[in-house]
Design a binder for this molecule. Structure first.
Ligand SMILES: [Zn+2]
Length: 440
């Protein structure tokens, strides 16, 4: 039995209202949270194997790609800075896809590992990843101890689409089976048809059937750009969300990335069908895709989390930056400074992300019974003074580098800015080798 105890923290549990509890204790046994509350009421399971004094630090649930990163392509760290300031379609067709076609296993492994290192140092404890060679990216996450929702990319426009689907089903079955009855492991597979405009209806129908059969979510890009809407109107006679509803996509659990272009009826569908949304404001701004209706979705109770998207279009995996952008652009979009307040942005980064990837029973808040995924934030920096409102500070003032400890499944993966499970020098060197080969 391994006991982890964190004492004396300022704590935002995300269970119920968003508020700061002062001087609380968290205890976890074998990676599962067993106690959250005042120190004097702790009935300890025994002497802790790991005791963390968190005085002067803020304890939060891990960010899902914020802490939960609800949508990324981690191995695209290798593309950082290689092609910027372009529209989405030529960027994909001229700069991204030709290079991806040359990527081998080492490239995906070290690109993903570099992304994991960056995320752990930024307080991200879980990431939802859509990328080629998913077994390789998953191996990187397992080697690092990171929580991951992996999926390969299904591109229905390729002649190999049927083989890709068969392989995706095999991959998903392998990891979904491990999930049964066991919450101790950190790999939660999904199936990922890339987008409606790259996957014909027949392929989508096969994926829906397989995902329902395997009881895993579907990860897809949806209504990302104005062009996507035009394509959908031309090909389905309906806007993207309504077209996908007609196809039956939302009969399965779905995590839809972007959702920039949703009208009133589209939002109703997202709410009625319980669709998860990964809001990716940084990517949407950089590609001039638009501004998603995040405030309306959050207020309507959507499963809305935050994603960084890949490093080709962001160009980092910093989920706190994403939370700040979510709060800021909502105000401009709605012409209303009360849109997406700090509490809402922090919820999207944590429990919202967990809901978006259908892991809210496992992670996203600090409560007994959930897995111990959490982060500590150093509150001593000048830019975090004074302590009027720590929730506000997390959204409007904190930086990724203020995260001093990252814990996944009860294991300390980053302590005092040092990674415990990743050789950072080796990872940086290997990723540089891959980038030089791919872009040389
Ligand atoms: Zn994406």
């Amino acid at each position: 039995m391994a006991i982890l105890r964190i004492e004396g923290a300022e704590m935002v549990t995300m269970a119920g209202d968003v508020r700061v509890e002062s001087g609380w204790t968290l205890e976890a046994v074998d990676g599962a949270i067993t106690y959250v509350g005042p120190a004097e009421e702790l009935q300890s399971a025994g002497e802790p194997d790991e005791l963390i004094d968190a005085a002067g630090r803020l304890l939060l649930p891990g960010l899902v790609n914020a802490l939960v990163n609800a949508h990324t392509h981690a191995a695209m760290t290798l593309f950082r800075g290689a092609a910027d300031d372009m529209p989405l379609t030529p960027w994909l067709e001229e700069k991204i896809w030709p290079v991806e076609a040359r990527m081998g296993e080492d490239d995906v492994y070290w690109g993903t590992m570099l992304g994991i290192a960056e995320m752990l140092l930024a307080g991200v404890t879980c990431f939802n990843d859509m990328y080629h060679l998913p077994r390789v990216g998953t191996r990187a996450a397992m080697d690092a101890g990171m929580r991951m929702c992996p999926s390969g990319v299904l591109l229905g426009i390729l002649p190999t689409a049927d083989d890709m689907l068969a392989d995706a089903i095999e991959f998903t079955r392998e990891f979904a089976a491990r999930d049964e009855g066991a919450t101790a492991h950190c790999i939660h597979p999904m199936m990922a048809p890339h987008a409606p405009y790259t996957c014909p209806r027949e392929l989508l129908e096969k994926v829906i059937a397989a995902a329902q059969d395997l009881d895993v979510p579907i990860h897809i890009h949806l209504a990302e750009t104005h062009d996507n809407v035009e394509w959908s109107l031309d090909n389905y006679g309906k806007r993207p969300a309504q077209a996908m509803d007609e196809v039956g996509l939302f009969e399965a659990k779905v995590l839809a990335a972007h959702c920039v272009y949703l009208d009133y009826r589209d939002i109703e569908i997202v709410i009625e069908r319980g669709v998860g949304v990964a809001h990716c404001p940084g990517s949407n701004l950089k590609l001039a895709s638009g501004m998603a209706p995040a405030d309306a979705l959050f207020k309507a109770g959507a499963r809305i989390g935050l994603g960084t998207d890949g490093c080709g279009s962001n160009n980092n995996l910093d989920l706190l930056e994403e939370a700040r952008l979510a709060a800021l652009i909502a105000k401009v979009r709605e012409d209303d400074p009360t849109a997406v307040p700090a509490e809402a942005a922090l919820r999207m980064a944590t429990l919202g992300g967990a809901r978006a990837v259908y892991l809210e029973d496992t992670i996203g808040s600090l409560q007994p019974g959930k897995r111990c995924d959490c982060i500590l934030v150093d509150l001593q920096a000048p830019h975090l003074q004074p302590h009027h409102n720590l929730v506000s500070h997390m959204i409007y003032s904190a930086r990724a580098s203020d995260v001093c400890t990252t814990i996944v499944n009860g294991a300390v993966l980053m302590r005092d800015r040092e990674l415990a499970t990743i050789d950072l020098d080796e990872t940086v060197a290997k990723a540089a080798e891959s980038a030089a080969r791919l872009f040389g």
